[in-house]
Design a protein around this ligand. Structure first.
Ligand code: ZN
Length: 181
């Protein structure tokens, strides 16, 4: 099911997500919804707090830029090590229409539980390295706009207020696409 994606600065996006105790059917259903919501919004990554669920779950699909990589879901991801530096113009499904350069480590090794609850370790480079750090940040209440200058952040905050009031008006008229599908 495609879920509604919260727009920053929604208060839920500032909260820390809780670890998943057991990867059961409800978590697998959440992962399915997250993949569907990410695809519907044409994103490369999505974290559970973006659909209002404060659990440590992220999904990633960078195959449009990295065709050799498969989509991946990570439960309780932990970044074990980082290396180098890489600047990428990041966007976010919770900050629609905005993109800014963010510098992050170029290569990261992450440990996580896959959809059957097995522990995995993956070394990520390129867009996947950026995306996994961006999504892990969401689990800690951190947005990509927290990595840019406060001046740019405040300009974006004003634009997002307009997006939110537009969405609220649309919802009041019963035109929310997320709820209709
Ligand atoms: Zn994001």
């Amino acid at each position: 099911m495609v879920r509604e994606i919260l727009v920053w600065p929604h208060p839920t996006l500032k909260q820390k997500a809780q670890p998943v105790a057991q990867v059961d059917d409800s978590v697998r259903e959440l992962i399915r919804d997250m993949f569907e919501s990410m695809a519907a919004a044409d994103g490369v990554g999505l974290a559970a707090p973006q659909i209002g669920v404060l659990k440590r779950v992220i999904v990633l699909d960078t195959s449009s830029k990295q065709p050799e990589l498969k989509p991946v879901a990570m439960v309780n991801p932990e970044i074990l090590s980082v290396e180098g530096s890489f600047v990428y113009k990041e966007g976010c499904l919770s900050v629609p229409g905005e993109a800014e350069d963010v510098e992050r480590p170029a290569k990261v090794t992450v440990r996580y539980l896959e959809e059957q609850g097995q522990s995995q370790t993956l070394t990520c480079e390129g867009l996947l390295a950026t995306a996994v750090q961006h999504e892990t940040d969401h689990l800690n209440g951190i947005m990509f706009v927290d990595h840019i200058s406060s001046l740019k952040r405040e300009i974006i905050r004003k634009r997002m207020k307009k997006v939110q009031s537009y969405q609220a008006a649309k919802k009041a008229r019963g035109e929310s696409s997320a709820e209709a599908s």
